[in-house]
Each structure stands twice: as structure tokens, then as C-alpha cells.
Design a protein around this ligand. Structure first.
Ligand code: FPP
Length: 246
């Protein structure tokens, strides 16, 4: 009998994941790195499903960083191909499951067909109100903040915004993540313990959970375990009153 889709506990509203360890997963099995990435897409499908079942409202995944361009051309082609296939093969099913897709990151410099696929995925799923799947693609947090600063500078130069009105809230509104809640929980797989230019602004008060699992092995149990660890944390947001993760 399949498990009922009743959340076992209050899920964090927004979970963000740095999907790391595809290459090491493959190397440990004597397989090419590409196989690790392909199995990573399967882990992604499992995780989107699990996030919905557990009651997560926003799931952000780091799928191609602004720094990943330094990888060999063949691997870059492979990762671009995986995004194409993911959107082409999974879009209808994601849409059917009421998933809203949103892409963050720099679109300039991407192949035009990828730009079109991204726009199509966002457009088709815009009105869905299930899980929001935020795909960070060609994303770097410092670049995102610099883009926001450039736009603000233009607004100020053209007289639409007073410099004195540039507040935390105003700046946040110029980021790619405008309208999205900050991540409550950021999970990084593979044992590495750093953010690597992911959501640097938005992670100010996120709980960070690092798990040893390589991304292709990640599943619902691993997500539940990361969420349980989150619930053991006390969130104080700079104040004195503890709020457990919720
Ligand atoms: C990190 O593993 C993973 C990535 C750079 C890419 C993540 C991509 C996927 C899971 C598949 C693509 C999904 C979409 C939607 C495009 P790594 O290669 O850095 O692993 P390593 O540190 O062990 O070498």
C-alpha cells in the first residue's frame, strides 16, 4: 500500500538544495561524470515529488552555477542538454502536478533555445499553486546582487528612485528572487560545507544542513532527515527569543 501524502511534520516553507557530488558518485562506480548528472536528474524528480508530499511550498535547486562555465566544454554541453531534456520531458508532468516553475540566474549568454524553453516553462506553469520549483541556472549570488545594484543605479540616475530610499526591502525587490520567501533551510549534499555563491543575500537567516550523501542517492528519506535536523535548530533571527524551525 502506498504511503498517504500526509505531512509527518510541519515542513519548512522554502527548502533550497545545493545538489553536489554527481561526479564523485560516478567516479566511485567507475562511470563517466555524465552518468552521475543523469542520475542526478532522477534524484531531482524524486525530490520534487517528496517536497510536495511533505508540504514544502518552495524548492530551489542549484543546477548550473555562473562558475560552472570553467568546466570542460563537453561537460557543459551535457549539463545544458540535461536542462533541455528535463524541461522537454518533465514539463507536462510537472504542470499536471500543479508545480510552478521559476528560473533564476543570468539568461544572457545562454543558447537561445534554452531561453525559449525557460520562458515556456514559466509561462505554462505561471498560474499553478502547488510547489514552486525554482531552478537556479547560470546563477551566481554575487552576480545577482551586482545586477540588482546596476538596476538600482539606473533608477537613481534617471530620477525614479532616491538614493536615500534604497533599503533592504527595496534591494530585495530587484533580486531574481523577488516575491519569493527566503529559504528556511539550505541543504548541501556530498559533505562539502560551503555556500559556493548560492543565495548569499537570501540565506542571511537560513539554517544550513550538510549531508554526506552524494546527490544521485538523495531521496525522500534524506529530505525528511534534513528537515528533522532543521526542526532541532532554534531560529532567533538576531533576537533573543528562540523559534524552532517551522
Ligand atoms: C554538482 O556535482 C552538480 C552539478 C554541477 C550540476 C547539478 C545538476 C544536476 C543534478 C542535473 C541537472 C539538472 C537540471 C535540471 C539541469 P559535481 O559535478 O560538482 O560533483 P563532484 O563535486 O562530485 O565532481
Amino acid at each position: 500500500m502506498s504511503e498517504p501524502d500526509v505531512p509527518k511534520f510541519d515542513a519548512p516553507r522554502h527548502v533550497a538544495i545545493i545538489m553536489d557530488g554527481n561526479g564523485r558518485w560516478a567516479a566511485a562506480r567507475g562511470l563517466p561524470r555524465g552518468e552521475g548528472h543523469r542520475r542526478g536528474v532522477e534524484a531531482l524528480r524524486r525530490t520534487v515529488r517528496a517536497a510536495g508530499e511533505l508540504g514544502v511550498q518552495v524548492l530551489t535547486i542549484f543546477s548550473f552555477s555562473a562558475e560552472n562555465w570553467s568546466r570542460p566544454a563537453a561537460e557543459i554541453r551535457e549539463l545544458m542538454g540535461l536542462l533541455r531534456r528535463f524541461i522537454r520531458h518533465d514539463l507536462a508532468e510537472l504542470h499536471g502536478n500543479n508545480v510552478r516553475i521559476r528560473i533564476i540566474g543570468e539568461r544572457e549568454g545562454l543558447d537561445p533555445d534554452i531561453g525559449r524553453l525557460i520562458a515556456e516553462a514559466e509561462e505554462l506553469t505561471r498560474a499553478n499553486d502547488g510547489v514552486t520549483l525554482v531552478v537556479a541556472f547560470n546563477y551566481g549570488a554575487r552576480q545577482e546582487i551586482a545586477r540588482a545594484a546596476r538596476r538600482i543605479a539606473t533608477e537613481v540616475a534617471e530620477g525614479r528612485l532616491a538614493a536615500a530610499d534604497v533599503s533592504v526591502e527595496k534591494l530585495a525587490g530587484f533580486l531574481d528572487t523577488t516575491d519569493l520567501p527566503d529559504p528556511d533551510l539550505i541543504v548541501r549534499t556530498s559533505g562539502e560545507q560551503r555556500l559556493s555563491n548560492f543565495l548569499l543575500w537570501q540565506s542571511a537567516y537560513s539554517e544550513l544542513v550538510f549531508v554526506p550523501t552524494y546527490w544521485p542517492d538523495f531521496d525522500r528519506a534524506a529530505l525528511e532527515s534534513a528537515i528533522s535536523e532543521y526542526h532541532r535548530r532554534e531560529r532567533r533571527f538576531g533576537g533573543l527569543v528562540a523559534r524552532t524551525g517551522s
